[in-house]
Write a protein that binds this ligand. Structure first.
Ligand code: OFO
Length: 168
């Protein structure tokens, strides 16, 4: 059975991962509606990963004998000024999630729950990769002007593949 403080913060993380998934879905629909199908695909893939993260939290809480309560999710923003602003928001959100997972780690240490601490480290490694992947996108975007945004949109999924490759 999980200790109360650990259980509480893990349940809060269900909401954060689920919101992350919805946020990226909302961004994907904005990208689609604004003529960026490649960026939409990148964001849909990201949304799917976040849904799996949420599921990992739900499963872990259940495995430890607690009840994984499914929360309501607030509505993510609908509009973005442009693609650069959108990806700046992705990076900001990922940094927020990294902080949040770090907080889980520190609660686990305070509560001497080293099993959950150990389990949560996978997410921290994942966060480092996700932040790096978004920074790569932002770096590329900084070099572009409006005219070659079309090519960028066509290529963005290859950035994702490169980030996922162990040799990259
Ligand atoms: Fe759940 O991985 Fe980032 O946010």
């Amino acid at each position: 059975m999980l200790k109360k403080k650990v259980e509480k913060i893990l349940i809060e993380q269900i909401e954060k991962e689920g919101y992350s998934s919805n946020l990226y879905l909302a961004m994907a629909t904005w990208a689609e509606a604004n003529g960026f199908p490649g960026i939409a695909q990148w964001l849909y893939a990201q949304a799917e990963e976040e849904r799996l993260h949420m599921k990992k939290f739900i499963s872990y809480i259940g495995e430890r004998g607690s009840h994984a309560v499914i929360p309501a999710f607030k509505q993510p923003p609908v509009e973005y000024k442009d693609v650069k602003v959108l990806f700046d928001e992705v990076l900001k959100h990922e940094q927020y999630i990294t902080e949040s997972i770090s907080k889980i780690s520190s609660v686990c240490i305070d509560e001497k729950d080293f099993v959950t601490y150990n389990w949560a480290q996978w997410f921290l490694t994942e966060q480092v990769e996700e932040e790096a992947s978004v920074r790569t996108v932002i770096d590329k975007l900084k070099m572009l002007n409006k005219d070659n945004l079309y090519m960028f949109d066509k290529d963005i999924m290859s950035l994702r593949a490169a980030a996922a490759s162990p040799t990259a």
